[in-house]
Design a protein around this ligand. Structure first.
Ligand code: G3H
Ligand code: 13P
Ligand code: ZN
Length: 324
């Protein structure tokens, strides 16, 4: 059977172009929340409807493998209708997070994604330009927006691990965006993936000076921050008080993210904080009510806690409320 091309437009989704243009102008950032399952998606949609925020639903390679890409697409399609049912139609982008090959990006573009990231950050500069340009050329034929990346974040993403940060070099960004035609650029300024972004005793600061240097080179160009979880210490404490073992988990201060969101940073990626919120809620229910075995009894509270976390980010960090 020949594979049918499914356009995101048929699914009621939008690409990120106008959202980013508005966000840069308005001095706020769009939330990019990862999802792998129903409860995460419900929490994201509820939070964004209640705050009237646009949203980027992010799907990683791992998420596609875990949840099945067809089911994820139908969930994203359902999210559009679900938001309306909840009382507000909001712009929803379905985005591939950390696409690693042209083929993965192409496959996503052909199956309903409205935006893709091609992460060539581990390649040489010239290879990154070549791969990113190839994805942009294909994506733009289908009105799909593309995020590229320059610089390497410390930490682990899918199978790729890096011990140290390689900060984005401001002098490369103009050449990169011009040569590739990307719609947005992820940069490395000291954020990293996961719950252990800094070691105890380290100054937990990101390099806002590099960000402003980059902005000077490409004024108004949409910038993306990965690895932007703040690792709320109250959630870490709940996890550890109920059988968890998260030692020395440290994230990015929300005040620094708020600063970044006011600048050309228009997409902020948050996954780990959601994982912490879910885990804390589930551990608490299971520890306090050991007789429970109906998944709805612990996934329900987890969903509620996630929703509150997502709303807090929108209202107090990103500033994307009332922008839908
Ligand atoms: O970049 C990493 C995101 O948090 C996605 O994580 O690859 O484990 O789904 P994942
Ligand atoms: P965190 O691990 O800080 O949540 O970052 C998520 C991310 O960058 C997804 O691409
Ligand atoms: Zn990332």
């Amino acid at each position: 059977m020949q594979k049918q091309h499914i356009s995101y437009k048929e699914l009621g989704l939008v690409n990120s172009r106008n959202l980013f243009a508005d966000a840069v102008k308005g001095g706020y950032a769009i939330p990019a929340y990862n999802f792998n399952n129903l409860e995460q998606l419900q929490a994201i949609v509820m939070a964004c409807v209640e705050t009237a925020s646009p949203v980027i639903l992010q799907v990683s390679k791992g998420a596609r493998k875990y949840a099945n890409q067809t089911l994820l697409r139908h969930l994203a399609n359902g999210a559009v209708e679900y938001a309306e049912e909840l009382g507000k139609s909001i712009p929803i982008v379905l985005h591939l997070d950390h696409g690693d090959t042209f083929e993965t990006c192409k496959d996503c573009i052909e199956t309903g994604f409205s935006s893709v990231m091609i992460d060539g950050s581990h390649l040489s500069y010239d290879e990154n330009v070549a791969l990113t340009s190839r994805v942009v050329e294909y994506a733009h034929q289908h009105d799909v927006t593309v995020e590229g990346e320059l610089g390497v974040l410390a930490g682990v993403e899918d199978e790729v691990a890096s011990e140290t940060h390689t900060y984005t070099q401001p002098e490369e960004v103009e050449d990169f965006v011009t040569k590739t035609g990307v719609d947005s650029l992820a940069i490395a300024i000291g954020t990293s993936h996961g719950a252990y972004k800094f070691k105890p005793g380290e100054d937990p600061k990101i390099r806002l000076d590099i960000l402003s240097e980059i902005e000077k080179r490409i004024p108004g160009f949409p910038i993306v921050l990965h690895g932007s979880s703040s690792v709320p210490q109250d959630l870490v404490a709940i996890i550890n008080a109920h059988g968890g073992k998260l030692k020395d988990a440290i994230g990015i201060g929300e005040d620094q993210l708020r600063e970044a969101a006011k600048s050309a940073v228009c997409k902020i990626n948050i996954d780990s904080d959601g994982r912490l919120a879910m885990t804390a809620a589930i551990r608490k229910v299971l520890a306090e009510k050991p007789e429970e075995f109906d998944p709805r009894k612990y996934l329900g509270p987890a969903r509620e806690s996630l929703k509150e976390l997502y709303k807090h980010k929108i209202l107090s960090v990103l500033g994307s409320n009332d922008k839908a």
